[in-house]
Ligand binder design. Structure first.
Ligand SMILES: N[C@@H](CCC(=O)N[C@@H](CS)C(=O)NCC(=O)O)C(=O)O
Length: 228
């Protein structure tokens, strides 16, 4: 059975959404990143980047949430746009836009706002500006069409949902008012039974709650290694 290495964080939750939507049987394997389980040698064989999510599907190992969504979409043929070069180009563009822009900038905005030991106004402003700019691009796209690619719900919408449903974390609750089209898509996906199951998956396991010294050292390697 497909093994799904996960935590309750945004990137794994997109994969849980796909697995639940597609009805694929899977074994969820918790990786408690606050305990440092992402750095265990056995897990590094699955994901050398020491992050979640990752999957092992028979003799196929895939890490990085965007790669996993593309792999599962292509393998099953589910939640993919029609097989036309135009839509394929759009799919790859929006998938990589989320992977290289929405995720990293949103993540850094949360980091500098909530976790950095010093509050650095320049860094907070840069990453919040960029997070907001990326969400604005998604919102403009969704003002023109109901779904991110083509006219059906696809892996591109799932990739967006993973981060957009938590948009208030980097940007604050008021930010939803700025992105009404993105909110429409998030609300639509939130209302799907599969998304409730994807979000509830974490309740099958117990997780370390404290963001203490051990957790910070496991997740923020730079705290113990000076490179600059
Ligand atoms: N590009 C990767 C990023 C994965 C990632 O940053 N995962 C976070 C959770 S959303 C994680 O594992 N954090 C633990 C850590 O950084 O140690 C993806 O899309 O899967």
């Amino acid at each position: 059975m497909l093994k799904f290495y996960y935590s309750a964080a945004p990137n794994p939750t997109k994969i849980a959404l796909f697995l639940e939507e597609a009805g694929l049987p899977y074994e969820p394997v918790p990786i408690d990143t606050r305990k440092g389980e992402q750095h265990k040698p056995d897990y590094l064989k699955v994901n050398p980047n020491a992050k979640v999510p990752a999957i092992v599907d028979g003799d196929v190992t895939v890490f990085d949430s965007t790669a996993i969504l593309l792999y599962l979409g292509e393998k099953t043929g589910k939640f993919m746009p029609a097989n036309q070069p135009k839509l394929r180009g759009e799919l790859l563009s929006w998938m990589l836009f989320v992977a290289s822009g929405v995720g990293p900038y949103g993540g850094q905005a949360v980091h500098f706002r909530a976790h950095a030991p010093e509050k650095i106004p320049y860094a907070i402003n840069r990453y919040m500006f960029e997070a907001q700019r990326h969400f604005g691009i998604l919102d403009a796209r969704l003002a023109k069409q109901k779904y991110m690619v083509g006219d059906t719900y696809t892996i591109a919408d799932m990739n967006v949902w993973g981060w957009a449903r938590l948009l208030h974390a980097p940007l604050g609750e008021d930010a939803w008012k700025k992105f009404p089209n993105l909110k429409r898509l998030v609300d639509e996906i939130n209302a799907r039974p599969a998304s409730a199951r994807a979000i509830a998956l974490k309740d099958r396991h117990t997780w370390k709650a404290e963001m203490d010294e051990e957790a910070r050292h496991a997740m923020f390697g730079h705290l113990k290694t000076q490179v600059a």
